[in-house]
Design a protein. Sequence first.
Length: 206
Amino acid sequence: MGLSLSWIEFIYWASTIVGGVFFVLRTVAMVIGFGGGDGLDGDFDADFGGDMDGGLGGHDAGGNGSHHDADASFKMLSVQGLTAFFLMFGLVGLATLYADWPLFLTMLAGTAAGAFTVWVIAQVFRGMGRLQSEGNIHIQNAIGQEGSVYLTIQPRASGQVQVTVQGALKIFDAVTVDGKRIATGEKVRVVGVSDEKTLKVERVEP
């Protein structure tokens, strides 16, 4: 085997090992719930990110909205795509090289395999995004529910309330129907929707 093939063999092996190790580590991190915010999370292809935000209004009771989850998912896809590309590029490159394919064809086959793998991963993440969208909170479902004031609602100004909607405790912006102040901790009932992110509430008398 000539010098040029020895170098290409080294490149294929390096791509396989580095890509494989990082692909496995990131997959494990995703499964156990670590999004990973390190410097490896570069932009790979904005088109693959999709729109995983999808819902109307509402934040988790802990204060985090769905935008952070969408960013984390996109970053995970970026890194998974890169590592999967190098893994498949190396594996297919080695297989075709050892099958005595011409050097150019081994590189072409490796690149095609890597690109196809990235496409498959993108479809998987898009499917996950659709599942997430189907489970998003619809603000209209809060009507009729009782909750408590999270941030004091001032006259002619909005505050925030905690309401259980679709089995999850969420925080929504809220205004009062009578224009009166409702302090933090007081019980309220949702009587309507002001806009796609704001509820109309009334005080629940003890």
